[in-house]
Design a protein around this ligand. Structure first.
Ligand SMILES: *Cc1c(COP(=O)(O)O)cnc(C)c1O
Ligand code: SF4
Length: 392
């Protein structure tokens, strides 16, 4: 254990943890006077996002000096934006609320360690055309938009999203598609951003259709946090459109069991019912999910939503993120406490996206004790030694 203090602060009390297993509705909370049909309209949610310090202070009287200063200063790097339905998940009484830490700026964001940068994974250097990252032999990352429904303070693409830093992202779909068309080795296109599901159904349909029309593109996937930040966006119409572009996978992004509300589960079920295999990507975050028990509840809850935990990311070395980063040692310990102790489907691959663009590197707790010409000596999940004769 790296720090028992962090684990204690992270705890929500015994009863609190048990309650995390339940699917709870986000509810209208602070917006109880808003008619249900407006609340359930994703456009209303977007229009009524919390984007200013004044709004934040009004809704959250327990705003700390660190958060107030962070909102004033950090906003120039990455905009503040929180959908009302996600905001309602914040526990106003808890400064270490795992929801709060993900979306409310803190003054620590303005402190940059020497090894932190604004493009930690070297995406710019691997972009043959703007908005397209071609790092691996057979697949590309296609950046669709610079907007998200809410903004995560640790975003690895904060240089680009929200436009607060004046990055001026103007993807040219035609140019991006032309590159893919000219590169027959690209069989897998990952749409991300920003959040591709913020595009209108028509625009996304047209884009997916153009990609599908390229004979060598076999596999399409979308990376999105919309089912968590804005579940109202997952309409039957959207699902009906998406299912015409199979095989299409979706990777969602969720970090903490409390994010898996009744509304999020409904959205995920709709996507699953449209035949879309769902994966989840989590970022390992200090005081959010750097705890084996929280993580176990989270991955098990994901399975209940028919989502397979895919990756657990070590938090990238993005400028101003040190206060959210957890040690690799702790990440490995969490993995060790998942494997064998819960459903194999629930165990994600723990990865570090190598600084500078080396790609994702998997990290696995060590199960091989010794490996000789005669035998392999292993340790099982309980720590017992297992001999495999004739192994080599
Ligand atoms: C993560 C990533 C992918 C997808 O990687 P998978 O391991 O196939 O999920 C593709 N391109 C880039 C640049 C990435 O960062
Ligand atoms: S949803 Fe993804 S792209 Fe958008 S701010 Fe969060 S981490 Fe960044």
């Amino acid at each position: 254990m790296e720090s028992s203090a962090s684990s204690a602060e992270n705890s929500e009390g015994g009863g609190g943890r048990a309650a995390l297993k339940a699917f709870v509705s986000a509810g209208r909370g602070y917006w109880r006077d808003v008619p249900a049909e407006q609340w359930d309209d994703w456009r209303w949610q977007l229009k009524n996002r919390i984007t200013t310090l004044a709004q934040l202070e009004r809704l959250l009287p327990t705003l700390t000096p660190e958060e107030r200063a962070g909102t004033q200063l950090a906003n120039h790097k990455l905009a503040l934006g929180i959908t009302p339905c996600f905001f309602n998940l914040i526990d106003p009484a808890d400064e270490f609320c795992p929801i709060r830490r993900q979306v409310i700026p803190r003054i620590e964001e303005t402190v940059t360690a020497p090894w932190e940068t604004i493009d930690p994974c070297g995406e710019e250097a691997h972009s043959p055309v703007p908005g397209l990252v071609h790092r691996y032999p057979d697949r590309v990352l296609f950046l669709v938009t610079d907007r998200c429904a809410s903004y995560c303070r640790y975003c690895t693409r904060s240089r680009l999203v929200s436009n607060a830093a004046g990055y001026d992202f103007h993807p040219d779909f035609e140019q991006q598609i032309a590159y893919i068309r000219a590169h027959p080795e690209v069989r897998d296109v990952l749409l991300s951003g920003g959040d591709p599901l913020l595009l209108s159904d028509e625009k996304l349909d047209a884009l997916l259709g153009e990609l599908r029309a390229i004979p060598h593109v076999e596999f399409l996937r979308i990376g999105t946090r919309i089912p968590i930040f804005l579940p109202q966006r997952i309409t039957p119409e959207l699902c009906g459109m998406l299912r015409r572009h199979h095989p299409l996978f979706i990777s969602i992004h969720s970090n903490h069991p409390r994010e898996l509300t009744v509304e999020a589960r409904t959205a995920l079920e709709r996507l699953a019912d449209a035949g879309i295999p769902l994966g989840n990507q989590s970022v390992l975050l200090r005081h959010v999910n750097d705890d084996p028990e929280i993580m176990r509840i989270h991955v098990q809850k994901l399975l209940m939503c028919r989502v397979r935990p895919y990756y657990l990311y070590q938090c990238d070395l993005i400028a101003g993120s040190a206060h959210l980063r957890t040690s690799v040692r702790r990440g490995l310990e969490i993995l060790r406490q998942l494997r064998g102790y819960t459903t194999g489907y629930a165990v994600p691959t723990y990865v570090i996206d190598a600084p500078g663009g080396g790609g994702k590197v998997p990290l696995t707790p060590e199960y091989v004790v010794r490996h000789t010409a005669e035998r392999v000596l292993l340790r099982n999940y309980k720590g017992e030694l297992v001999r495999i004769p004739g192994g080599a």
